[in-house]
Design a protein around this ligand. Structure first.
Ligand SMILES: *Cc1c(COP(=O)(O)O)cnc(C)c1O
Length: 233
């Protein structure tokens, strides 16, 4: 399993180089190891080698792994979240990256309130407007966030998240990252209660270097650390 350590070192080097290029501090970048389909021993290996944040996109998988690994890492729910599953993860997650509709916000707020928790969340924005992608459109973001700020006191908005389209040349993803950064600046200026634009969650294995150059401070990386995923298990 030493490949994990090697892969991780390569990723950290790439993050560092992207930061140098963009004149930024590598300490400002949160690395989320995306562990969907990755088995517990491999996750433990990654944690031993310095991974402090993990991202899962399925509620059941997160719950199962949380029971074993517990809170020695921070847990990020990065995938689409069904409203009826919020109750299973509300006490476990450190951040939800996929706020994309008011019905979901309402449920998260209700469940968080019932355990006296304020949950850190990101609003997922579908910058590229691909139909296959979740998230609200950029044009609707301000209204959506104002609504959350006014109505859901147990949700703290910590920033924005996006997935760029998969492109052969990661340079082609740059415009989408730039648009998300611009949007976050626009929202920051509104000074809304309980709304902070501290995080831009953007960049995956194929495009995280470009995302960092464009202002990302939270990258979600699976394949480059853990290898190609096997969904057949
Ligand atoms: C799977 C996934 C990632 C990681 O993708 P890789 O290309 O394996 O790095 C990042 N974000 C989300 C939302 C994902 O579902």
């Amino acid at each position: 399993m030493s490949y994990i350590k090697e892969n991780l070192n390569d990723v950290l080097k790439d993050i560092e180089n992207a930061c140098i290029k963009a004149n930024r501090n590598k300490e400002d970048i949160v690395l989320i190891g995306v562990t969907k389909t990755v088995d517990i021993p491999i996750m433990e290996e990654a944690i031993k080698n310095g991974i402090k944040h993990v991202g899962e996109n399925k509620v059941q998988e997160l719950v199962k792994k949380y029971e074993i690994i517990g809170n020695k890492v921070k847990w990020h729910l990065i995938g689409t979240l069904q409203t009826n599953k919020v109750k299973y993860i509300i006490d476990k997650v450190d951040m939800i990256h996929s706020l994309d509709r008011l019905s979901l916000c309402k449920e998260i707020d209700k469940r968080a309130k019932s355990i006296n928790k304020v949950v850190d969340c990101l609003v997922q924005v579908n910058i590229s407007k691909e139909e296959s992608k979740h998230g609200i459109y950029k044009e609707d973001a301000v209204e959506f966030i104002k609504n959350i700020s006014n109505n859901f006191k147990n949700i703290k908005i910590k920033g924005l998240m996006t997935m760029a389209p998969y492109v052969d040349n990661p340079e082609d993803a740059r415009i989408y990252f730039r648009e998300l950064k611009d949007l976050s600046n626009e929202i920051k200026k509104l000074n809304l209660e309980n709304v902070y634009m501290d995080y831009l969650s953007m960049g995956m294995s194929n495009d995280f270097k470009i995302a960092i150059e464009e202002g990302s401070n939270m990258v979600r990386i699976g394949t480059s650390i853990f290898g190609k995923r096997n969904y057949m298990k």
